[in-house]
Design a protein around this ligand. Structure first.
Ligand code: ATP
Ligand code: MG
Length: 577
């Protein structure tokens, strides 16, 4: 039974939508169930038209992702998803985008799946997303996966998870490797047009010539280039025996234009394509083509690529492809914390750091573990704007954004580091109620059993002299009666009822109601160029038993110590002071 025109259109649109949302491949089951959702009258006879549906899907899946998008745009423009227009959070420093038209802005975030996403990626992704939102446009997440030796499925997943945690929602997710045939085609075309050639010179020779600004012999002859083209995309050459180069200008002041590599031969299993592809485009070639065919209107990247803009546009020029606008911003770095994957991966590989979520790292997984909220990261990034200045913002600025959000929701608890025992003569046993927050009653309270033996932080104890009066917060004042050395407890008496301004007010734990407790305190990873061997301090002491009842991920403040995220019943990780 052939399907009628209306049904065909309906199925086409559903299949295109499904394909666009799923990296170019529509799934028959999904399409059929969507279709039946609106045409339940066909439930019993669907079998008869199933072959037609499958044929339509097959046709659509054979189109390039770009072809699918333009067909969907044509058949059902209302289905091409756009970002809802929302104004950026207050404090955003993003200037208007030059040449941006309402509803037509397309941005993209192109991470290479060769490591875990970090705060620098957050900056790029958030800026890309905020601009798409500002103009009711679209954000593309494009995994820039053209080096099988470096990329792993684990990293695609880590990037997706990181962005999800950040609340960055792409309208389309794709891989550069999805378009590998298209990229090969453009490579061939560029050679045919005389804009590129296959070079078989040894790497050191080429390095030498590029430094001197001299051309090699492979460059001159167009017929040789055409002859070599087939072999290059075939199996004539082994890895390192040939590359495809852009025909730029070997004496250009801008060394990026001195015949840079566009394709190289890499033998290795690609996480998505396996071993079927061995000719891989470089970033320099893939980025402009992908941006152009994906419909990107505003491409943004970090400033170190500035010198490669000329190449980006020259490639599109020679191929006659549409050119996006290019916008640069500075790389986000912090003092003493390497951000680049290039610097982070060795620390993991050589075992200095055990995992990508170690709280000392600037990865998103680490920030999460440390108790930073995605909203704080977004506000921080937007407060920086898109300046080109290479100044490192103080880490404290990011902390301040986070503190502002977690301060009102964090219960206050007591932790005493390097505890010192205090006996209070004549103290009666009692159960006291402590407020979880000094001003917000909605955070509740807790009951603590207190006898005559307490612990206070070593730091507080060292200053005490006989006769000093101090206040145990929310309990009572005590007056020091005896200080004895070598680990023996301090002895005190119950003090006056007066709470004086000048009196030290300190946190405590009661011997009858406390647990052993650790707080991990991440510090700067590097001091100057040297790895800081004390970068992860573990503060040991006692916390109130109540701490063990809090669920992992709860934000708390240990009074006079710092904000922390509960990791398990006996450990928390310090976010910041
Ligand atoms: P890395 O050195 O960490 O590998 P990269 O630039 O090679 O950095 P990609 O995964 O290729 O990493 O980056 C994806 C996008 O994120 C790029 O557009 C890049 O400009 C941007 N980006 C990467 N690091 C930073 C950073 N520190 N600050 C701002 N943007 C960054
Ligand atoms: Mg990179």
């Amino acid at each position: 039974m052939p399907v009628d025109a209306d049904t065909e259109r309906c199925i086409k649109v559903l299949a295109l939508k499904n394909a666009v949302e799923h990296r170019g491949k529509a799934e028959a089951d999904a399409v059929v169930s969507k279709f039946l959702g609106s045409r339940s009258d066909l439930r019993r006879t669907i079998k008869d038209i199933l072959p037609d549906i499958k044929a339509i899907i097959q046709d659509i899946n054979s189109l390039s992702p770009d072809g699918q998008k333009s067909m969907l745009q044509e058949l059902a423009p209302e289905e091409m998803k756009k970002k809802e227009i929302t104004s950026p959070p207050s404090g955003s420093q993003l200037p208007p985008l030059e040449g941006a038209e309402q509803g037509k802005v397309v941005t993209r975030f192109p991470p290479e799946p060769n490591g875990y996403p970090h705060i620098g990626h957050a900056k790029a992704a958030i800026i890309d997303e905020e601009y798409a939102k500002m103009y009711g446009g679209r954000l593309i997440l494009r995994f820039d996966d053209t080096n099988p030796l470096k990329e792993k499925l684990e990293y695609y997943d880590a990037i997706s998870e990181g962005l999800q945690w950040l609340g960055v929602k792409p309208d389309l997710i794709k891989n550069t490797s999805d378009d590998i045939s298209l990229l090969h085609d453009y490579g061939r075309k560029l050679v045919e047009l005389g804009g590129a050639y296959v070079c078989t010179c040894a790497q050191d020779r080429m390095r030498d010539l590029r430094a001197k600004g001299l051309p090699c012999d492979c460059r001159a002859d167009h017929t040789t280039a055409l002859d070599r083209l087939k072999g290059f995309f075939g199996t004539l050459y082994d890895q390192n025996q040939a590359v495809m180069r852009f025909k730029g200008d070997m004496s250009d002041q801008n060394t990026a234009m001195r015949d840079p590599t566009l394709f190289r031969i890499i033998e290795g299993d690609h996480p998505k394509l396996g071993g079927s592809v061995r000719i891989w485009p470089t970033y320099d070639f893939a980025a402009p083509i992908e941006d152009s065919v994906d419909g990107v209107t505003h491409a943004m990247r970090t400033k170190e690529y500035e010198l490669r803009n000329a190449l980006y546009f020259a490639i599109l020029d020679r191929l006659g492809l549409r050119k996006p606008a290019m916008i640069e911003f500075s790389r986000l770095e912090f003092e003493g914390v390497p951000v680049s994957k290039r610097k982070l991966r060795p620390l993991i590989d050589n075992g200095t750091i055990k995992s990508w979520d170690d709280p000392r790292l600037p990865t998103l997984a680490a920030f999460k573990k440390r108790g930073f909220l995605p909203e704080a990261i977004r506000k921080f990034v937007l407060s920086l704007g898109i300046t080109l200045a290479e100044t490192k913002p103080p880490f404290e600025t990011l902390e301040a954004f986070n503190r502002k959000i977690i301060d009102p929701i964090s219960p206050r608890l007591f932790f005493v580091k390097d505890p010192v025992e205090v006996r209070v003569r004549g103290a009666r046993e009692q159960e006291v109620t402590l407020k979880n927050h000094p001003t917000d009653a909605s955070l509740g309270s807790r009951r603590v059993r207190a006898g005559d033996t307490f612990f206070i932080a070593g730091e507080d104890a060292v200053h005490l002299k006989v006769g000093d009066e101090i206040r145990l917060i929310e309990l009572y004042n005590i007056k020091i009666a005896e200080v004895r050395n070598s680990g023996a407890p301090l002895v005190a008496e119950i003090g006056s009822d007066e709470i004086r301004q000048s009196m030290p007010k300190i946190q405590w734990t009661a011997k009858d109601d406390m647990i052993d407790y650790n707080v991990m305190i991440p510090k700067q990873l590097y001091i100057g160029d040297d790895y800081n061997t004390n970068s992860l301090e573990v503060a040991k002491g006692f916390a109130e038993s109540y701490a063990a009842t809090l669920k992992p991920d709860t934000h708390i403040q240990f009074v006079r110590f710092g904000f922390c995220r509960i990791d398990d019943g006996y450990t928390s990780i310090m976010s910041h002071r």
